[in-house]
Design a binder for this molecule. Sequence first.
Ligand SMILES: [Fe+2]
Ligand SMILES: [Fe+2]
Length: 352
Amino acid sequence: MNNDLNGLIKGLHHITLVTSNFEINNRFYTEILGLRRVKLSVNQDDIFHRHLFYSDYKGSAGATITFFEWPDLEMGKYGLGVHHHLSYVVNSLESLIKWKSWLNKNYVPTVGPLNRGEHISLYLRDPDGSIIEIISVNKEKIDQKYIDEMLKNLPNIKSIDNDMRFIKFDHAAPITSNYNVAERFFSKLLGLEKTSLTNNPDDENSYILKIGNIENQYFIQYIYHEAATWGEIGHGSIHHVAMLVEDESDQLKIMHKLNKLGIRNSGIVDRFWFKSLYFRDLEGNLFEIATKNPGYTVDEPFEKLGTRLILPPWLESMREKIEAKLKELDAKNKAIWPPKYPTLNEKPEKIL
Ligand SMILES: [Fe+2]
Ligand SMILES: [Fe+2]
């Protein structure tokens, strides 16, 4: 790398998606996927709709998935400008097998676990249609036959045990129709580098472009297909992918670089739990650079994270009005449980 930004971006910070229903989303991510709700707030750019944050128990950067609740949108469509999927890593193949069993038991359709070479992947869709990949690193070079054998005897899982817990994100998967452009964007503007360009195991006309840094080599995995078409944001979409920097001075360096190269960006926005900088790559995929600190305990104690509606100080005077609007929203937006899950493609990373 020959870039002054080299090493500033550490990995992923959070990934933000769109849900159509707070109650279903909340039950799914806490009861079915075993995450902890670490913040319940409103969208600071759309204050009468919720913003939900789920994470590991500590609320770590790199493990937090967040949702904008927008009940009126249609289901989204991945494509250029709308990231395809995200993935969480777990301990072992045994953990993946337990997930398969647990998800089956809870009526959540899955594909896999599939041998992907360096890792093994189990795919699912959440109730809104977002694609989630659960990964275990394939240290022992296990083959598909061995996995298929294990699947014949699924263990009976009564609850999510510690061995199943999501540890952190493995990668986010935006879409590109031009891997050269995507690669140069990340190297020139963000100081990250291409790690590899490999065949997409789900589609012979498509490739996976892996981008990262020295410690964390694969956290962006573009799905590259020359004929990729535009996506549309809706429920089930990944809205944006946030990457982690240590502090605001590193964030400013990136902002100056974006400005220098004429890339439109939001400037630094104070999100209260972190500071944010937003921009799009050249095919419209939305990214954010977020600071590590101050974190989710800035406005509520650790033990109580996510248990009540938190508003940033500048919205506190509107609390009553906001709470009334959210109540109204819930009355109109009925939840059915268990939800009807959208079906999942047998080749989950095939985009066309
Ligand atoms: Fe993936
Ligand atoms: Fe964000």
